[in-house]
Design a protein around this ligand. Sequence first.
Ligand code: ADP
Ligand code: UVW
Ligand code: MG
Length: 405
Amino acid sequence: MTATRVLVLNSGSSSVKYQLLDMGNGSRLAVGLVERIGEQTSRLVHTPLGTGGEKRERTGPIADHEAALRAVSEELSADGLGLDSPDLAAIGHRVVHGGSRFSEPTVVDDEVLAEIERLIPVAPLHNPANVTGIRTARALRPDLPQVAVFDTAFHTTMPESAARYAIDVETADTHRIRRYGFHGTSHAYVSRETAKLLGKAPEDINVIVLHLGNGASASAVAGGRCMDTSMGLTPLEGLVMGTRSGDIDPAVTFHLQRVAGMSTDEIDVLLNKKSGLVGLCGDNDMREIRRRIDAGDRSALLAFEIYIHRLKKYIGAYYAVLGRVDAVVFTAGVGENAAPVRAAAVAGLEELGLALDSARNEERSEGARIISTPYARVTVAVVPTDEELEIARQTFALIGGELPD
Ligand SMILES: Nc1ncnc2c1ncn2[C@@H]1O[C@H](COP(=O)(O)OP(=O)(O)O)[C@@H](O)[C@H]1O
Ligand SMILES: CC(=O)OP(=O)(O)O
Ligand SMILES: [Mg+2]
């Protein structure tokens, strides 16, 4: 095989993150992001690496994911890294829901694409964008393998005791209702990187991974295997998120239907898009929430406290699930950048062996780092996630490429 480049597209509900990597030597050729797709203030940030090109940024409306991907393709072409390049071996796609069928990276054909589309009702914010990403990439390069890497894959080995809901078994099985879990590519990557940071083998450590982005989830990983994770049938369960409620008494939905007269679709929108931090205080960006708290805003403070309360409950729960914890690890946009979230989440957990070194916690540096005190029994760390790199590796391996050591 001569072509060794892999383009990875991580299409989210309102954004596309992408990376072009050369898997032959492990180098990154370009990274970028399109955010606020569908708004007037869409922004594309494109950074070519190692080609002498400059970081470029453009703002202005980008209507949908198809337009976003065409814009990305233009940016890559401007650096001589276009999708028409013969050096491109494959395109890897993050696909959020793989249902009960996909537990491995999969080359996408019409039938696989139809199955990803069928799963839209259980990942309404994500699978539509993933499908558009695959369709657009296929139209641009029909000759290349398009590989889907599923968020759900890492969680497929969860014990039944964690994966099953306590509802009528026949109903659950007929409708494939179970806890699938998401952000699996990140949980897998980050738990392995944590082992490296601790100088241990992944098989030998138990880790609680806190993936806190706009969507957020926690997982309990024992010896490299997922034992539990906070998202469920859909990415709505679990932690308080940017716009999603996380855990809620399911009877709230009946109540909204019967008493408030809301339709199923209205409740879906309420819980997925108008809840979480944005529902509580009007903002979903942790930077803005912290700024408002510093200015004395009480609703932002309450939103923060509710977010932390839930997070702390999951740390405690997963501590109990694992029995012994070697590390608690923060990752993704909030986890990697928001020191006050990390400090508040582990405050008061000294009896569990968790204690932060506040100077280390507040240090702004790139890369994986330990932020607990040297005498703490449990290591607390920040480990940046890299879903795109992990997707590129899995994509390249699937098409038969050999990764350098
Ligand atoms: N410097 C920062 N300080 C605090 N929070 C941040 C910072 N940078 C990003 N974030 C948070 O990270 C979120 C985005 O995280 P990310 O992992 O990129 O999410 P997603 O993949 O779900 O879009 C933002 O909504 C914001 O809340
Ligand atoms: C599954 C999920 O919530 O993904 P994201 O955090 O990218 O929205
Ligand atoms: Mg994400």
